[in-house]
Ligand binder design. Structure first.
Ligand SMILES: Cc1cc2nc3c(=O)[nH]c(=O)nc-3n(C[C@H](O)[C@H](O)[C@H](O)COP(=O)(O)O)c2cc1C
Length: 357
């Protein structure tokens, strides 16, 4: 057995159930991650959109709330290919909508956060705080960053949406692969959003990665209860990563409008209009406004997100909560608004029942 396989499996075996709470930027809090870890699963913090100082504070706060391992997630997207004309046309497209909220769009878009590969200060934060598990979305860090984090004793994971991305993750020496299916909530981890996307289901992708690699595979996308966790393990996954299932927890940072929209359930759509990269969101005012936007009209990630966040702020200020990045997977209808510890306990009981059936 690959020695990297053994160390990841040992971490999973130390958990009460093979469950990772997805590291959700903007939604997972230290309180959520710590409650999940304290309940016996692996909590997660999404720090891809955080500045190093804020990331440092979030990790320290989580470490103060739990002595157990948790996951920290960073974004490894390609630096944006800026196009001033596309950006100004997008701003003008949004202007009439901003005006309905008595506001104006930002005069120009900013690159609101940097990829981890170009952020030495974030690497320093990780080397100082040494979270047990670090994962990467949208791509891979540099070889030097991988070596440094491995030297610090961290287990390293990355998201794959295809077999090819799985190959690149395995070749760079990471410890496990997160198989993110098309049904997953939030940003699709695809390395190159302009490339082909086979849109594999969580099951199809998990099975392919399990067959191909001597590494633990973590299934993610549309999994909502303990029966789903048992099903993911039956495909050969070593664990399941659930995001949408945790949004409704009181410990999450979801605002009241997001919680209300999640509770209403219904349709989700894959859109790149909110941030500049494909992401699955509950159908809302934003996704309806952007429904006919073509990919080449939308500014690069994360610059489009600068406008997306400004639009949400303007709408909220005038009492309209339907323009948020209300990310959710296709299982949204089955989300439960339980405290994190009670949710983990419920998932564990369902998983045990399903596994012994
Ligand atoms: C609100 C939300 C935010 C997310 N943010 C991140 C993130 O910051 N980093 C990441 O790797 N994945 C992120 N994801 C994707 C999850 O890691 C995971 O792939 C997904 O939640 C699985 O699908 P599910 O939501 O149907 O459970 C996010 C998902 C959601 C729902």
């Amino acid at each position: 057995m690959n020695p990297r396989y053994a160390s990841t499996q040992a971490l999973f075996q130390a958990l009460t159930l093979p469950l990772l709470q997805a590291p959700m930027a903007g939604t997972a809090t230290p309180e959520l991650a710590a409650a999940v870890s304290n309940a016996g699963a692996l909590g997660g913090l999404g720090l891809g959109a955080s500045a190093p100082v804020a990331a440092h504070a979030a990790i320290l706060r989580t470490q103060a709330l739990t002595a157990r391992p948790f996951q920290v997630n960073l974004f490894c997207h390609a630096a944006p290919a800026r196009d001033a004309e596309v950006e100004s046309r997008w701003i003008e497209r949004a202007r009439p909508l901003f005006e309905t909220f008595g506001s104006t769009p930002p005069p120009a878009l900013e690159e609101i956060y940097r990829p981890f590969q170009l952020d030495p200060a974030m690497l320093e934060v990780l080397l100082e705080t040494r979270p047990a598990v670090i994962s990467f979305h949208f791509g891979l860090p540099t070889a030097a960053q991988i070596e440094a984090l491995r030297g610090a004793g961290c287990l390293l994971l990355a998201t794959a949406t295809s077999l090819e991305e799985g190959r690149r993750i395995a070749a760079s020496g990471l410890d496990a692969i997160i198989a993110q299916g098309w049904s997953a909530g939030g940003h699709r981890g695809i390395f190159d959003p302009e490339g082909d996307d086979e849109r594999l289901s969580t099951e199809a992708l998990t099975r392919r990665l399990v067959a191909e690699f001597d590494l633990p595979i973590i299934a993610a996308g549309g999994l909502m209860d303990g029966v789903d966790i048992a099903r993911a393990l039956s495909w050969g996954a070593s664990a399941a990563q659930l995001g949408t299932a945790f949004i409704g927890c009181p410990e999450s940072a979801a605002d009241p409008a997001y919680r209300e929209r999640l509770a209403a359930g219904g349709k989700t759509v894959m859109t790149r209009a909110i941030s500049g990269r494909p992401a699955r969101c509950l159908e809302n005012g934003f996704t309806n406004w952007a429904r006919d936007a073509q990919a080449d009209e939308i500014p690069a990630y994360p610059c489009a997100y600068d406008l997306g966040k400004a639009l949400n702020a303007a709408a909220k200020a005038s009492g309209d909560g339907t323009y948020g990045a209300q990310w959710a997977g296709t299982g949204a209808d089955r989300a439960r608004a339980l405290p994190a510890a009670a949710l983990v306990e419920t998932l564990a009981a369902e998983w045990r029942r399903a596994s012994s059936a």
